[in-house]
Design a protein around this ligand. Structure first.
Ligand SMILES: [Zn+2]
Length: 86
């Protein structure tokens, strides 16, 4: 499976221009790791849904993002196929 994050930079980190605040980043990471260790939503710290590392809200968002990524991939592939057929 190809990792779709590769080549896109890290999510949540500002790209270009502004200097990244390392303290802010590590605090965010600490928060995420703490929540993960406690079995809570890694984003907001609320009670996660069954077998997920996210609460219902963030799980839905994650799923939606994954769906959009998938649909984009599929439509790109379709376009490529149509181009080959012409
Ligand atoms: Zn959440």
């Amino acid at each position: 499976m190809v990792c779709s994050w590769v080549g896109r930079g890290l999510p949540g980190l500002g790209l270009g221009g502004a200097v990244t605040d390392e303290k802010e980043v590590s605090r965010q990471l600490q928060w995420q790791r703490r929540n993960e260790a406690m079995g809570l939503c890694v984003i907001c710290g609320k009670e996660p849904i069954h077998r997920a590392k996210r609460c219902e809200v963030h799980w839905e968002k994650n799923r939606e993002a994954a769906r959009l990524r998938y649909e984009k991939r599929v439509s790109e592939r379709k376009l490529a196929q149509e181009e080959n057929q012409q």
